[in-house]
Ligand binder design. Structure first.
Ligand SMILES: *Cc1c(COP(=O)(O)O)cnc(C)c1O
Length: 369
């Protein structure tokens, strides 16, 4: 790759392939793989990522909202797409685009059955979501009979899978809780299958679930963050390659004398002579203000340069006093481990998921193939 001449998010499809193959290699042999490509494929580029994974023979995709599923269909995705959190207002579109809803409470189940009927569907595939401890979305264990009664009243829909989501799959100090969730899920699923008289697919593991609970891979696993290069622990990160590198360049260098200030609100007051570099990336590009005032740092010629003063909408200023660099030199905001989005996010007390999904569409995506 030539060095950055503007702010770009470089996306390495070979790294994506590596991560996908690594995850497959640690997944039970008969378990299907669902790729989670919600939130712009974790801030990258959903059309390109999903098509690449479709060519690698992934079994399923998932997105959060119907609009994201529509975008995948429009980008040429023909594999099944699970919509994790659909709203009733979009059910007609969902059916039109052959997207498969997660149904998580009585209201959404009944609304979907009524739209499926109206649209003259039969055996339209749906996924029933159970809450086993996250307390976010999902039916309770006591709802099985109610769901079955609704399903038996109609031939408009059919249960393709039953699933749940772990609350703390990356947290080894919560192993007992996760094991309990898995056990609760298995008992709900068993009761459900017995009462409905056929065997829907079962799934509960996200990336960290795959790593930490190999006994719970079941029929399918839902891989998100791992595809994008993060294993949710320093040890696991070694097995993954971040697919995205956020790069920019130095627009201008300033010499700031003792007593001068840098940036809006004069937030940085210099106690000695320093050199600063101004970089064309700001909070409108996804680098939030919480990274400012000495917290976050970027890499220039292999050295860390801390953000000084407030993050502006379109710029940051970094301290380069001890770095040999010039205007036009490349700046890495995050990229490979160890200077990854996961490390960068820690400087503002957040997690890789947040920073990678925050990189705004103003930043050009470039692909390495
Ligand atoms: C986002 C999401 C996933 C993917 O989780 P990762 O930790 O990114 O692997 C899986 N399942 C559900 C229900 C999700 O919302």
């Amino acid at each position: 790759m030539p060095k950055a001449q503007e702010t770009v998010l470089e996306i390495d499809l070979k790294a994506l392939k590596h991560n996908f193959e690594y995850l497959k290699s640690i997944t039970q042999k008969d378990t299907k793989t669902l790729a989670v490509v919600k939130a712009f494929a974790y801030g990258s580029h959903p059309g390109t990522i999903a098509n690449y994974l479709q060519d690698l023979n992934v079994d399923y995709f998932a997105v959060a909202y119907v609009s994201e599923g529509v975008a995948l269909r429009d980008a040429g995705i023909v594999k099944p797409i699970l919509v994790l959190h659909p709203q009733a207002i979009n059910f007609k579109t969902l059916i039109e685009k052959c997207l498969e809803p997660s149904l998580y409470n009585a209201k959404i189940l009944n609304e979907f059955i009524s739209v499926a009927k109206e649209e003259e569907q039969s055996n339209y595939p749906v996924h029933i979501k159970f809450n086993t401890g996250l307390n976010r979305l999902g039916f309770g264990a006591n709802d099985v009979d109610y769901i079955i009664s609704k399903l038996e009243e109609t031939n408009s829909i059919i249960t393709k899978s039953v699933f749940s989501h772990l609350a703390a799959s990356e947290d080894l100090s919560e192993k007992d809780f996760s094991r309990q969730q898995i056990q609760n899920f298995e008992s709900i699923a068993k009761e459900f299958s017995k009462k409905i008289g056929y065997q829907p697919m079962l799934h509960i593991c996200n990336t960290s679930g795959i790593i930490n609970y190999p006994e719970a891979h079941l029929d399918m696993v839902r891989i998100g963050i791992g595809l994008y290069g993060f294993g949710n622990s320093e040890k696991e990160n070694k097995n993954f390659k971040p697919i995205a590198t956020l790069k920019s360049l130095i627009s201008q260098i300033h010499h700031v004398e003792k007593g001068e200030t840098v940036g809006y609100n004069r937030a940085y007051k210099s106690e000695r002579f320093i050199k600063t570099a101004t970089i064309p990336i700001g909070h409108a590009d996804g680098i939030g203000r919480q990274y400012g005032n000495g917290k976050g740092y970027v890499i220039i010629n292999d050295k860390p340069a801390h953000i000084i003063g407030n993050v502006c909408m379109d710029m940051i200023m970094v301290n380069i006093t001890n770095i040999d660099c010039k205007e036009g030199d490349e700046v890495i905001i995050f990229g490979n481990h160890p200077h990854s989005a996961s490390e960068f996010s820690k400087t503002a007390q957040t997690i890789s998921y947040e920073i990678i999904t925050a990189i705004s569409l103003r930043v050009k995506r470039l692909f390495l193939i």
